[in-house]
Design a protein around this ligand. Sequence first.
Ligand code: GDP
Ligand code: MG
Length: 804
Amino acid sequence: MIVRVAGHGGFRKRIMEMGFVRGVEVRSVQDSPMHDPVKYSIMGYDVSLRRSEAEMIEVLPHGEANRPLEGVGGTVCNSACEACALGDCSLRGRKALKKNEINVALVGNPNSGKTSLFNILSGSSEHVGNYSGVTVDAKLGRLTYRGYRINITDLPGTYSLSAYTPEEVYVRRHLYEAMPDVILNTVVASNLERNLYLTTELIDLNQRTVVALNMFDELQQSGSSLDYDSLGRMIGIPMVPTIAKSGYGIEPLLDTIIELFEGRNTASRHVHINYGSAMEEAIRRLSEEIRPSADLPRQFPVRYWALKLIEGDREVHKLLSNCGDLQSWEALASRLSQRVTAEVGSDIESLLGDYKYGFIDGALEETLKEGGHDVNRRSRRIDRLVANKWLGFPLFILIMWAMFWATFTLGGYPQEWIELAFGWLGETLWALLPEGALRDLVVNGIVSGVGSVAVFLPNILILYLFISLMEDSGYMARAAFIMDKLMHRMGLHGKSFIPLLMGFGCNVPAIMATRTIESRSSRLITILVTPFMSCSARLPVYLLLAGTFFPRHAATVLIGLYLLGILVAFLTAHLLRKTKFKKDETPFVMELPPYRMPTLRATVKHMWEKCSEYLRKIGTTILLATVVIWALSYYPRPKEEVAVENIVAQTESVVTAEPEEVALAHSAAAATQTEYVRHAESYIGHIGRFIEPVMKPLGLDWRAGVALLTSIPAKELVVSTMAVLYGGDDIASLSKNIVNHSGLTPRSAIAFMIFILLFFPCIGTLATIRSETGSNRWMWFTALYNTAVAWLLAWFAFLLGGLF
Ligand code: GDP
Ligand code: MG
């Protein structure tokens, strides 16, 4: 039984939200294969906690402790309530019925079925937007029901509404700024105690709220019975049982939303959760002080502002920054908070947590009859296998292997078809269009550039099928559980593993997959190091160069490159953790949700979302970049005479004495003459020459520079650029030309490959970094940092090569 939670700040708060409060029983359930983290059971659900964090929680063995807290309950607000009398409660009726439109915000714990509910509610809607921010992702859906247009926003999952995680801040800000008409709170019916914690925060906010008692099927299966009508009346929030998976309870839910909006619901009342006499007195004092202020935002009640000021909520400080008296309020609040702390003998946060859980317990005591059935039993049994000391890793590797095999091998077939389709399209257009800049733009620019990225669509779909299944079934949390110790050593999070692994396929979906990482800093670090995972587009370059210069050790070189990428990723993660993101504010308390059967609907929807996101990216960023690079390599048009002279000069300067070599070079040059010259004399050729001094120390000339530049839209383009610059119809002849005329040596080839491995990620990746981090800053950081690291390591390798 928990006696005390040590630590402070975000850690404590977070731990408490998850149910780790005084008097609660906690049991250790299972070790992870590497003995850290450990799975615990608390309040009827499972969490994983790192050992170092678990040490902060003081416990007594069962039987030695009695629940220290009792006799807390809620007071129902009646018209005699001070706040109501002063007009605070009228907040509910404040927004009059002005239109037939109801804005609903969907709030709830992670894995409470928000998205499932959202999908059912907005199932027929055509208008599903997708907004992504730093770690948060809100979706907007619409439906019409009984003459109302209902707009629903699916908000990120949170355990509370404090200011410690970006999701919490985001959700509260949304409630504050968007002022939804009705809050729809999803609650897992089979796990009420923990889930209702968030509901108590909504009670403090005093907004029109309805609780969807989701997963009601699980409650029934467990043999429990819940008098949800009485419970709803007690806490002043109507409750509707739902099963989001099957669509049960949706109509009554929508009816309740309309009732609330129209102010007809009888269960909806203003309830004050009683925080004990000392705290209540402090709230009353501060409320008196701030109520007269005209600056005070009216979105939330005065009592709420007072409560949060005493709590010292830093986000509320920002929300109230327009209030002239904020400083004096805060001074008073901190005095009051000290007084309460001294009087009660515990800090404000635990005090509030205790009373909140006390309130929930009190309400559940009268309404919930627990059945003997444990819903987690089946999950535990599965976990004993899946997270087993011996089986955990092999199973994990098997699943990962299956995922990659499907992605790259199975995905290879449709990939080929798309490739063929684009090839056909290019040829047809080449034949159809008149010769000139337009034809070149369309075929060599747009079709080949966009085509080279579009071919990855099937792989991305398959990858997302797996991710979506792993996520919805609950396996993702287990994968993180298994990998956490290893990843934590590197300054990452257990959940970072999957994006990093996916990075070997393509960095773009890998970065998108970091959305499952809740901790902001871990997510940012994962995003920033993912580009060091050598994506499949870089593979052809290695194959060409390693095959050319190290025919007997090509595989070793290849593995070495991949390992180097991983090493740089981990060193970078370490560096970022040591400097920019000192300590992860939030602990690794990760819920291990019960295994649940994923629904087809959710999976298909998920895949479609990713697919359309990717297509949109191709249609915008990648298209634009392709056109720019094309223009740079197409203009200015060369004058024919200069061109030929140039080509001769070039080949002669490269070629050594042997006559047949000269002949060969001439014929190769003639074959690709126009394109060769086009690159040499184009802007990109000039840029290549301009950056030549930078490439020189790596043993590379301007042509290598150009190849690097043209790889910016997509790294696959390096090989095709080299084919143009060095000449060669197939790999064998290209290889030969590279050995003979490129000026590359084994030493500089290594430097070149290292450079390709690490430098400037492709445009698609950069655009994804920008959209996922929500800032240009990290995009530029990645571009510059990665290029600098690439240059340094390539240079180092070149010098090292000189020693042998
Ligand atoms: P979110 O994290 O809150 O968005 O939750 P999701 O909508 O992703 O749901 C998590 C898991 O619970 C999914 O596997 C759903 O299929 C499952 N699920 C959702 N609603 C229900 C329900 O009413 N009953 C049961 N048994 N499972 C559900
Ligand atoms: Mg969701």
